[in-house]
Design a protein around this ligand. Sequence first.
Ligand SMILES: [Zn+2]
Length: 250
Amino acid sequence: MIHYFAEKTWPELNEFIRQEAVIILPVGTTEEHGRHCPVGTDAMIARGFGDMLAEECDKLGVPALVMETIQFGFSMAVVRQWPGCPNVNPRVFEDYVFNIVDSLVTMGFKKIVMLDCHGNHDCLLRLVMREIADKHGVYTMTLSPSALSADVYNKLKKDPQGDIHGGEWETSCILYLKPGLVKPEEYTSVDAIRCNSPLRGPVSTWGLQKTITGIYGDPTTASAELGRATLEAAAVKGAQYIKEFQTVEF
Ligand SMILES: [Zn+2]
């Protein structure tokens, strides 16, 4: 059974605090994802993955509360040349998430897991983790479904270069979570990743290859089955990490 933070009363929340429940905070964003995927792709993956993770926590006997998904965040200007991104300044976003987590810790929750479902947020969420630890001595966790399922994806993927934005993996996730929202007739491989250079990583991939249609990858090989397999693997592994996290004292 999934428990949603927003649906509880304060006495019920007190009971979850007493049980030392884990807070799952899905963090997405809203931005263009090519001509074939909805602008809410990252937020939809965050919400869907949050639910799947909570179900796996339940199976392991770990009490968990899922927060409402953070829908808006920071996107680099390169994706803002197309409509779809109500952009938030990165410093405002970092403060916003810090304030939410700070309040949760102050009300008594100690195990907080942020779900990182948008590449531009990785460094900002890790900054929140460090600032919370400095202020409260409470260590939070960040989980990314793409990182958690990388080994499964690498085995199953048909696009040898993989996905960065709106390609095989993200399109597969939306085909699984919200199939009616993907437009296969708009698929194109013109933005398949070609920059296999050692600079991929040290330099933002967006700077190494120009995007034509707003994506970075090849959605033509996407499938709902790939989305299901990778998200389920990520949820199982993420729940195992959370169970281990529950045993850490601070
Ligand atoms: Zn995305």
